[in-house]
Design a protein around this ligand. Sequence first.
Ligand SMILES: *Cc1c(COP(=O)(O)O)cnc(C)c1O
Length: 397
Amino acid sequence: MSDFSKTRGLFHMPPGVIYLDGNSLGPLPLAARERVAKLLSEEWGSQLIRAWNTAGWMLQPRKVGDRIARLIGAAEGTVVMGDTLSIKVYQALASALEMRPGRRVVLSDNGNFPSDLYIAQGLLRSLGPDYELRVVDPEAVEDTIDESVAVTLITEVDYRTGRLHDMRRLTEKAHAAGALTIWDLAHSAGALAVDLTAAKADFAVGCTYKYLNGGPGAPAFIYIAPEHAESARPALSGWMGHEAPFAFDLDYRPAPGIERMRVGTPPIVALAVLDAALDVWDGVSLQDVREKSLALSNLFIREVEALGAELTLASPREDDRRGSQVSFCHPDGYAIMQALIARGVIGDFRAPDVLRFGFTPLYIDEEDVLKAVAILKDVLANRLWDAPEFKQRSLVT
Ligand SMILES: *Cc1c(COP(=O)(O)O)cnc(C)c1O
């Protein structure tokens, strides 16, 4: 049984803050400070370049990848860290397309995060005019999969509404049509009990600064199913993904297995933060996280709806169709969110009118939910949001 009163104590939370934005940037795990201080003084500071060997830096992308693998139902040796999620999307898509040479269609949906679509557009443009990115409504994905589709590029949980795709079912459908699947787990890893092996996913990618609390710009991960690991050819064939980086050959030969998805020098400081953040998961089951997260989300939905009809639920009501966040729409959503943040309830806003609230039991409990709703009630009932300072849009919303 996971002990969430214990995990709560593993994070730094500024006083007076109810943090409902772990779906965008997880809070600081206390262990990260010590880990980084140690890395700076005992590794980089003292050992200098020797630390690549003596402190095991060179192996970190794979070792941290194995820790992530356990959280997403992947076998050891199938996940590697590096770069950002957008880059991992590019790598997965380029490799998958090369594995379906007769096909030209990438299928995605309009609930996908724009960066995934932008990356696909850029890659397809450089592959030539025959390639097509087909973007349909999330509900239409299943029926649009046909034998023209080379790859499905789908994000399991919608970043705006929290709508959850059925990974197993869509993967099965894609495979029946001879297509490969790429699953983006940006809003799944650390939020749900993902099982890539059982779902038979071909590729998966995800970031680690959201539910995995790895810090701003933390390294992303990529997964390749074992049966494809030796045939997937890397498009970003950097030296760190070479079979023998320090042989300095002039020709590229991919490293065995998932290591080929490494590109350049790994971000060692960022990997240390992430490694420390992953300690939080020791002794925590994702089934428990999921169950408690749904209970918190349902409590929030019930309490907010009891306030009256001002906010409209934008997330699916059914547990099995929703991830770990709850979204509500309001025409003045931006100002309302700024007013909430000024009162210590931190969520975020996504254009045009969506207020997002993330519920992770690692550091949020029922009492936080009720306190947040009480503040929301005050903000709405007294129109506290209706002030010029809350309507000024910042760079990041
Ligand atoms: C958060 C998110 C991203 C962000 O990509 P970065 O390269 O890490 O900035 C991409 N795709 C999805 C689905 C996301 O939720």
